[in-house]
Design a protein around this ligand. Structure first.
Ligand code: SF4
Length: 701
């Protein structure tokens, strides 16, 4: 890393990994980022985790895509079969003009046949402006809403429940509000690994006496700081949360005046909860009645309580019901809209909040304005100077892949997403992508998805971009280019603009700030947030004036719903889609680990991170390993009804004896070959957190 003072330039930007949104200073020497340090952003106050601190060098990796590529006519059949070090067996280099003309012609030919033959996946790793342009590209260019991104695999069910019950899909309080709380719940989230800088605030909270209640089927690292660790049975979340709320009702611990002033449907919720006594639910959720009662009292008796949740809550077929329970718990205890209180789904990707806000979802335009409303569509088509587009909600990620497989969608434009690694039952997704007549992939590396591409457009990493991103706290922050994209690679917004212009959409943006200004025309959330302001500050939305840094807490005086009231929606118990049985007797759950990010495209090309975690691994309880005769470090075979992988086993006492945890970053043992594509009926999110699995020792040769 050399002398830290010996650099040519210094640029402030935002970490490209998780939704915490840490601000960074990038030190550049000889055209390369050499060193990254945390600076004083509102979410990180100078802190960084190992990914932010050391995971920057992927941007200079020799595998970066530097020229547009077109699939060779004599290329082998489409499959996961391209050597990232030698693309010439499958692709030939092209000029930008040739690649963009070919892409535009292919899309227009399909559109002439039927616009619904084309769909798009945008990216939560791109900027707000790029997400906005991507959804506009499909809606303006193809007149329908078949556009989505990885929020579908992440917090779609949380957003569905939040919009339904509090009228907004974002957090009601920043995570830093934990400074003002005296009790907090962290459920279905492993922040020490997945939101490490947020976790430092949670730890500090406990050091000054805050009561931390951690709930998870895995005994995650944060348990060391918890006053209660509730290790419940996988899939039993709704039973457990209803039992906790049952106690609050039974013991009269709810906030009657808050409920009367700010909510609706309380009587129905109360009646529903009557059947969930801790004594009845204890065996189902694997938690003692005493602990359920203790947790209920601790949370309800706190003066101000926050609820944080992650994908352990959302990635179930009952993910929306899980979130409904958490919302009800906060509402009945009056824990929304005051300092130290609120609802906070910890967002995963660095810009999944912003991409969702920008309308990169099939049912909503920017600011969650529904596509079914003619007035809303008109407001956008006026700005876009275009005709109307479909009033029907579009297809989601997994629905689009199913339609590709069925041959009803024949062309896709995928920007910065890697569904050939991230989709559930990923062999099905890969088989679908192999069938496409036209797959345009815009990315920085030859991802697994790009293996199936017909045209590859080389794009830029976040540290090469100009624009804005929005973190889990609703903080809008500027990203700035520390270095230019390598070779002929370009920023994503300019590629999408070029493609749109070649399709006759006549966008003509010259600078990304023009896109931001256009977004503001129909996004009230950006009121008082200007490009000029963002040059020098991060602004939390909503911001009430140009001098207001933004509201850390919202809904203190009512909710953006009818009559300003939030709603209790009772949650029934829906069991996991597939129960363990004689053939598949254990439960598999998937997730991330500290050093690797999502499908591994970036972090596995980062020298330090890959050196720390170089090998695909799964975690099992030591007793489970012993029963199987497997030593830690040996290989096991994991099989589900979808397929099998072979993977190195680790011992982890924090995991239940009938469970296995598998990170999904490793292509050589892709966890998503195994996962269940069954989806939540509301948020349409797949059940990544529960698959029935068989674990076997691999016999010595
Ligand atoms: Fe980056 Fe998240 Fe780590 Fe902050 S906590 S440095 S945003 S990965």
């Amino acid at each position: 890393q050399g002398d830290l003072q010996d650099y040519d330039s210094e640029t402030e930007s935002v970490c490209p990994f998780c939704g915490v949104g840490c601000l960074v200073s990038l030190k550049v020497k000889d055209g390369k980022v050499k060193y990254v340090e945390g600076i004083n952003g509102p979410a990180n106050e100078g802190r960084l985790c190992v990914k932010g601190r050391f995971g920057y060098d992927y941007i200079h990796h020799p595998h970066r895509l530097t020229k547009p590529l077109i699939r060779r006519e004599d290329a082998p059949a489409k499959g996961l079969n391209v050597d990232p070090g030698d693309l010439s067996t499958h692709f030939r280099e092209a000029t930008w003009d040739e690649a963009l003309d070919l892409a535009a012609k292919g899309l227009m030919d399909l559109r002439a046949e039927d616009p619904r033959l084309v769909a798009g996946f945008g990216s939560a790793k791109c900027t707000n402006e790029e997400a906005y342009l991507f959804q506009k590209f499909i809606r303006h260019g193809f007149k329908h809403n078949n556009v989505d991104h990885c929020t579908r695999l992440c917090h779609a069910s949380s957003v569905a429940a939040l919009i339904e019950n509090v009228g907004s899909g974002a957090v009601t309080a920043t995570f830093n509000e934990i400074e003002n709380a005296d009790v907090a719940i962290v459920i279905g989230s492993n922040p020490i690994e997945n939101h490490p800088v947020a976790a430092t605030y949670f730890k500090q909270f406990t050091k000054r006496g805050g009561k931390l209640i951690v709930m998870d089927p895995r005994g995650i690292g944060l348990r060391r700081f918890a006053s209660e660790m509730v290790q419940f049975r996988p899939g039993a979340d709704v039973s457990m949360l209803n039992a906790i709320m049952h106690v609050i009702v039974e013991e009269g611990l709810y906030d009657q005046s808050y409920i009367e002033k700010f909510t609706e449907n309380w009587e129905a919720e109360k009646a529903h909860l009557a059947q969930f006594s801790p004594e009845k639910m204890s065996d189902i959720c694997g938690v003692s009645p005493d602990q359920l009662r203790r947790v209920a009292r601790t949370f309800a008796n706190g003066k101000a309580g926050l609820i944080f949740w992650g994908m352990g809550v959302s990635q179930h077929i009952h993910g929306t019901d899980n979130s409904r329970c958490l919302i009800s718990l906060a509402l009945m205890t009056g824990n929304v809209g005051k300092p130290g209180a609120g609802l906070h789904p910890l967002r995963g990707q660095n810009n999944v909040q912003g991409a969702s806000d920008a309308g990169l979802i099939p049912m909503f335009l920017p600011d969650y304005q529904t596509v079914t409303d003619a007035g809303v569509r008109e407001a956008f088509t006026q700005v876009w100077d275009s005709g109307d587009f479909s009033h029907e909600k579009g297809l989601t990620v997994t629905e689009i892949v199913d339609q590709v497989y069925a041959g009803n969608i024949r062309g896709m434009y995928i920007q910065g997403e890697n569904p050939a690694m991230s989709d559930p039952d990923v062999d099905h997704a890969r088989a679908a992508f192999a069938k496409l007549d036209l797959l345009i992939v815009q990315d920085i590396f030859l991802t697994e998805t790009a293996n199936y591409a017909d045209i590859i457009l080389p794009a830029s990493a976040l540290y090469e971009k100009n624009g804005t991103v929005s973190n889990t706290n609703r903080q809008v922050q500027r990203v700035r280019p520390a270095v230019p994209p390598p070779g002929e690679a370009r920023e994503d917004w300019s590629i999408t603009t070029e493609l749109a212009d070649r399709m006759g959409l006549d966008w003509g943006y010259r600078d990304v700030s023009e896109v931001f200004d256009e977004m503001k025309l129909n996004m009230k959330s950006l009121d008082n947030i200007t490009w000029e302001r963002l040059k020098t500050e991060s602004v939390t939305y909503p911001s009430l004036s140009e001098n207001d840094p933004g509201q850390a807490i919202v809904f203190g005086d009512g909710f953006p719903r009818a009559e300003g009231r939030a709603r209790f929606t009772p949650a029934a118990v829906i069991p996991p889609d597939e129960a363990p049985d004689a053939d598949y007797p254990m439960i598999m759950t998937t997730g991330r680990q500290l050093e690797h990010w999502h499908t591994g495209a970036m972090t596995r090309r980062s020298r330090v991170l890959d050196a720390v975690e170089p090998e695909a691994n799964c975690s099992l309880h030591p007793r489970t390993l012993k029963l199987m005769g497997v030593e830690p470090g040996e290989m096991v075979r994991l099989s589900t009804r979808r397929g099998s992988i072979e993977i190195m086993a680790r011992a982890d006492r924090a995991i239940a004896e009938d469970m296995v945890f598998v990170p999904f970053a490793y292509v050589e043992a892709a966890a998503n070959i195994l996962t269940n594509p069954a989806i939540d009926p509301y948020g349409k999110i797949p059940e990544f957190k529960f698959s029935a699995v068989k674990v076997e020792k691999i016999k010595d040769p």
